[in-house]
Design a protein around this ligand. Structure first.
Ligand SMILES: [Zn+2]
Length: 238
C-alpha cells in the first residue's frame, strides 16, 4: 500500500471516529479543532490574558495592600459573567473537567516563567477546600491548576500541607468580632518544617475580595521565614 492510500485510510478512520466520539472545543462547542487541543484557535485567541505577572502594583497585589505582606501576585485572566473564562472555570469546578484546569494551569505557568517577578518560588500550594467538599467533588480544582503550573515551571506542588477546617462553635464565638469573621473556616499548616524559609506560591481558581486567600496566606506566613506570592486563574473585579 502506498503512503497516499495509507494516509487516506487514516483520515477516513479518524473522521469516522469523530462521528461517534465528537471532539468538541471546551469553550464554544465547535468541532473545528485538532484532536490534541481542548480549545479551538478562536477561543485560544479570545482568552482575556491580564499580563499582570509582569507588573508590580497590579490590581491583584493591591487587593492585599495593608492586609498581608506578599512578594508578588498574578491572575492570568479577567473574569466576566457569561464569558469564555467563566465557562471554562465552571467546567473545571462542576463538570469534572480536570483537563481544562490542567491546561489553563500550564498557560499560567508560562506567564510566570516569562516574568522575572516569580523566579524564586520554592513550592506551589493549592488553596485547600474543606475535606468534605473535596471528597464530594473528587478533587481540589486549585490542586489541578497547580499541577498544570508545575508542568511548565517544574516547581513542585505541596498537597495537604495546608488544611482547612470549619470553625467549631466556640471558635465562631471567639472570632465574631474579628475582621475575618466572614471567612468560613480556618487554615492550619501541617509539617511546618518543610515550609520554613521557603517562598510559597498560593494558588486558587478565582480571586474576588481575596478574603480566603488572605486567611490562608496568614497561616502560611506564620511559619518561620516563609515568604508568600499569590496566583489565581482569574480576577473577578468587584
Ligand atoms: Zn472554541
Amino acid at each position: 500500500m502506498n503512503t497516499f492510500s495509507m494516509n487516506s485510510l487514516k483520515t477516513i478512520f479518524s473522521d469516522t471516529l469523530h462521528l461517534f466520539y465528537p471532539h468538541l472545543c471546551n469553550g464554544c462547542g465547535s468541532d473545528i479543532l485538532d484532536e490534541n487541543n481542548l480549545l479551538c484557535l478562536q477561543c485560544i485567541n479570545n482568552l482575556p490574558h491580564s499580563n499582570f505577572a509582569q507588573h508590580a502594583n497590579n490590581p491583584i497585589e493591591k487587593i492585599f495592600w495593608g492586609r498581608i505582606p506578599i512578594t508578588a501576585a498574578h491572575a492570568e485572566f479577567y473574569f466576566a459573567k457569561e464569558s469564555l473564562v467563566q465557562t471554562l472555570i465552571h467546567q473545571l469546578k462542576y463538570k469534572n473537567n480536570k483537563e481544562i484546569g490542567f491546561y489553563l494551569g500550564e498557560v499560567m505557568g508560562r506567564s510566570l516563567l516569562n516574568s522575572n517577578r516569580f523566579q524564586q518560588i520554592d513550592y506551589l500550594v493549592p488553596l485547600p477546600l474543606y475535606p468534605d467538599k473535596e471528597r464530594k467533588r473528587g478533587y481540589n480544582q486549585a490542586a489541578i491548576i497547580c499541577n498544570g503550573i508545575s508542568e511548565t515551571t517544574t516547581i513542585p506542588v505541596l498537597n495537604n500541607y495546608v488544611i482547612r477546617q470549619r470553625f467549631t462553635e466556640t471558635q465562631t464565638r471567639k472570632h465574631r468580632t474579628e475582621r475575618w469573621e466572614n471567612v468560613e473556616g480556618s487554615f492550619i499548616v501541617k509539617n511546618k518544617e518543610r515550609l520554613m524559609g521557603k517562598h510559597i506560591l498560593l494558588v486558587d481558581d478565582v480571586i474576588t475580595t481575596g478574603a480566603t486567600l488572605e486567611s490562608c496566606g496568614q497561616a502560611v506566613l506564620q511559619v518561620e521565614g516563609t515568604t508568600l506570592s499569590i496566583a489565581t486563574l482569574a480576577f473577578a473585579a468587584k
